[in-house]
Design a protein around this ligand. Structure first.
Ligand SMILES: [Zn+2]
Length: 412
């Protein structure tokens, strides 16, 4: 995952344009993504697909002809979606178009202007303080024209038509945790799920934040009832605790599965209630859809100072935390795949486990068997039983498998 992040890191992505396409092409080396192109100007609910933005170069030169801010050194130096510009400005006018972070004077901020035509440069505050009076040459060799908005989608069919949706935003330039970590985890998860038997169908989305989710919802409104559960995955490579944000419903199966996995893990992490701010859960959980989709991340955006700055780089994301996040998401999916309701075939008193070879001596395993037998009355799922007994879902599932083999359970 870290290698894929490193490969994608230098690309200047935005909500449209060749950087996004190039990113999808790299993901297609791992998974057979379908690429969609939606024309600029397309109306999607209350929004309009913007013009396509592409950039080749940008810089600020001082009076001595030295490039003091250079897009080739970091794509964060340019206000993302800057209109083309070629002019001479004095320092006072230049400063109106400069963005810095006085609290973190060494870092370059990440700024965008998607829906208001503007231009600008981002630089370290330390460098900003050294700028001298005089003429500056500013060049932004970009285009903002009618074109397309691109997104990637992968559908993996399962035994059921019901779908689990996994969504990652892919519109940020050189930012490792915000955007690339989620893309990388989702790609590796898709690669794994492709190879296994699936009870549910899976749909993976790699979309530009906000507008991408709005487009996908608008184009797929007729089939949204198939979405049984889902996760927005983002910010999964930093060293902070795992944080799960519940869906708007609050008690969806995905909320309960994620909370169960987090509570049962050695480092339990944080559970947040739904709020109408954040990533694309905002669109998926808008009242007109209210989809059962939560958000899986580590430190929430805005709670780490490196967020939306040049310090969210390849050193900010760690292979070990990416792995931990990946395994937690796999555990959540395991719960969803295996969460079934069974019916105890011997409900009048306990069945005699000993004669079936299921009762050697009282141990954890036997207690899990007793929980499954007692609550498998047709109205409790394995997740209900795990929650109520305090056992890990995996232990309850293993107990259910043993009882099924002994013909003491049938699937409801
Ligand atoms: Zn962001």
């Amino acid at each position: 995952m870290h290698q894929l992040i490193a490969e994608l890191y230098p690309i200047c992505r935005s909500i449209t344009g060749d950087g996004f396409r190039q990113t999808m092409e790299i993901l297609r080396r791992h998974i057979p993504l379908k690429i969609h192109e939606v024309p600029s100007g397309t109306r999607v609910f209350d929004w309009t697909v913007p013009k396509e933005w592409n950039i080749r170069d940008a810089y600020v030169k001082n009076a001595k002809g030295e490039k003091i801010v250079d897009f080739q050194k970091s794509n964060l130096h340019v206000l993302n979606y800057s209109i083309p510009i070629k002019m001479q400005v004095d320092l006072g006018n230049l400063k109106k178009h400069l963005f810095t972070l006085p609290d973190h004077p060494e870092w370059i901020p990440y700024r965008t202007s998607y829906y208001k035509e503007d231009w600008g440069f981002c630089l370290s505050h330390r460098q900003f303080l050294t700028l001298e009076e005089g003429k500056y040459e500013v060049i932004i060799d970009s285009t903002l024209e009618n074109g397309f908005l691109t997104y990637g989608e992968l559908f993996l069919g399962g035994e059921k038509e019901e779908e689990i949706l996994i969504s990652a935003h892919a519109c940020h330039p050189s930012l490792a945790n915000d955007n690339l970590s989620g893309i990388s985890l989702a790609t590796m998860l898709a690669k794994h799920l492709e190879t296994v038997t699936r009870r549910f169908s899976y749909r993976f989305l790699f979309i530009p934040g906000t507008i991408g989710a709005i487009i996908w919802l608008c184009l797929n409104e007729a089939s949204l009832s198939r979405i049984k559960n889902g996760l927005v995955i983002t910010g999964v490579g930093d060293s902070g605790d795992i944080t799960y944000k519940k869906s708007r419903r609050g008690d969806a199966e995905i909320d309960r599965a994620a909370c169960h996995v987090l509570i049962q893990s050695a480092r339990p992490g944080r559970i947040l209630e739904f709020s109408p701010y954040g990533y694309d859960e905002r669109q998926f959980c808008s009242p007109g859809f209210n989809l059962p989709i939560g958000r899986f991340s580590r430190t929430p955006y805005g709670e780490y100072p490196e967020y939306h700055t040049s310090a969210d780089n390849l050193e900010f994301v760690y292979p070990e935390y990416l792995t931990d996040s990946y395994l937690k998401v796999r555990s959540i999916i395991d719960v969803l795949e295996n969460n079934r309701v069974y019916l105890n075939q011997n409900q009048k008193c306990e069945p005699q486990l000993g004669k079936r070879g299921l009762y050697s001596s009282i141990g954890t395993n036997e207690i899990a068997l007793l929980w499954v037998l007692n609550l498998s009355d047709g109205s409790h799922s394995l997740l209900d039983i795990a929650e109520r007994s305090g056992f890990q879902f995996k232990a309850i599932k293993e107990a259910a498998d043993m009882l099924l083999k002994a013909c003491l359970l049938v699937e409801q």
